[in-house]
Design a protein around this ligand. Structure first.
Ligand code: TXA
Ligand code: MG
Length: 355
């Protein structure tokens, strides 16, 4: 067990199964006093604060520089706590909780009146999730509070998948960070709205639409919303830029062989213009490419591995100060849907179709 201070932020480092409970109890004390503690989850690190304390929640928005109308996910440690937060709980919510909690699924339900509007971005719904990470669960249990937890990054930057990423963005702005090592899933939870007739995926994530449909024995729909739409987005998060590395990122889409040819062509063109070009590719393509700024995310055959490494790779390109990033696209099967959603967001409108 090591505790050190980085720019005033307390880092709980080297946590072992033997020290987990005492460390979690100390961090929980900070939450109970209205302070902020970043904690590991299976998806990404979250920035925790007491979800029922409007002042603690206001601190979360300030620390991240997050727009006030973008609501927070509330983390719980047992499904029964849904009753404390949600005014109505359909049978589908209990069924999904039974199958996927603890795990990367967030349920949007009508909120109880006592959940502060600061937490829900002024909406009358609340997003709830029970994370699958021993450190998160120990913290939530010790705090015995519902804990609001957006990703623990500065708003707009790639989500943090290590404690170092959290410190990069938030050291000196929050009370503490619990280091639980790298996050195994690496992309955020699936956000599912259960308030209408048809379950609606507001954000694809760690649990796939196929998995949800199989449990509910019905189709779910994917929320679509375009920036130019006059209607309010189904989830406020949809209208904000996300996951943006500092350099512009171009995303390729199409057959792998054609993508590779285009990668080689653009790499050469841009290098001739004197640019430092970062290539964000599969292991298969990395083997066929040459250059110093190539990050291999893993084999196309294992998209979960690629997803797990994506955000760290975007931050790595920031550190190397590349001028432009060229990223390969993937199939949207399974977790590929969440992977491509994050890549598309990182790219903004810079998508190159190669057929
Ligand atoms: O995996 C995750 O979900 C991580 C970890 C820390 O749990 N958390 C996370 O939180 O990604 P955040 O704040 O970065 O993203 C939450 C998303 C946003 O897009 C937000 O707009 C949406 O969930 N959201 C939250 N409450 C909502 C609500 N009541 N209705 C619709 N969307 C909501
Ligand atoms: Mg986020």
């Amino acid at each position: 067990m090591v505790r050190k201070k980085i720019k005033g932020t307390l880092l709980f480092d080297g946590i072992t199964p033997a020290t987990l409970h005492s460390e979690a109890a100390a961090a929980a004390e900070i939450l109970r006093r209205g302070g902020l503690v970043a904690f590991p989850t299976e998806t990404v690190y979250g920035l925790g604060g007491d979800a029922l304390n409007a002042q603690a929640v206001a601190k979360i928005f300030r620390a991240k520089g997050r727009p006030q109308d973008n609501p927070l996910i509330v983390h719980i440690y047992e499904a029964e706590q849904m009753r404390e937060l949600a005014a109505e709980i359909p049978a589908a919510a209990w069924l999904l909780a039974e199958h996927f909690w603890p795990g990367p699924l967030t349920l949007v339900l009508p909120k109880q009146p006592h959940v502060p509007p600061e937490t829900t971005g002024g909406l009358d719904s609340v997003a709830i999730r029970l994370p699958a990470h021993p450190t998160a669960l120990a913290l939530l249990r010790a705090a015995a509070l519902p804990v609001a937890g957006p990703s623990a990054n500065t708003s707009g930057r790639p989500s943090p998948t290590t404690a170092d990423h959290v410190l990069e963005d938030l050291a000196g702005r929050i009370e503490a960070v619990l280091d639980g090592g790298p996050c195994p899933v690496g992309v955020e939870s699936t956000v599912l709205d259960l308030r209408g007739g048809i379950p609606r995926i507001l954000r694809p994530g760690g649990i796939t639409p196929e998995q949800i449909s199989q449990v509910l024995q019905r189709e779910c729909e994917l929320a679509h919303w375009v920036q130019s739409s006059p209607a309010a987005p189904p989830s406020p998060g949809l209208k904000y830029t996300h996951y943006a590395p500092r350099a512009p990122l171009y995303l390729l889409r199409g057959e792998p062989e054609r993508q590779l040819a285009k990668l080689q062509q653009l790499q050469q063109e841009w290098q001739q213009q004197g640019k430092r070009v970062g290539l964000l590719v599969s292991a298969e393509s990395a083997a066929a490419l040459q250059g110093t700024d190539i990050i291999s995310l893993g084999s196309r055959r294992r998209p979960a591995e690629i997803a797990a490494r994506l955000f760290a790779a975007l931050r790595e390109f920031d550190a190397r100060q590349v001028d432009v990033i060229l990223a390969e696209g993937y199939s949207t099967d399974g977790v590929g849907l969440a992977l491509m959603n994050r890549l598309e967001k990182a790219a903004g409108h810079r998508v190159i179709e190669v057929g």
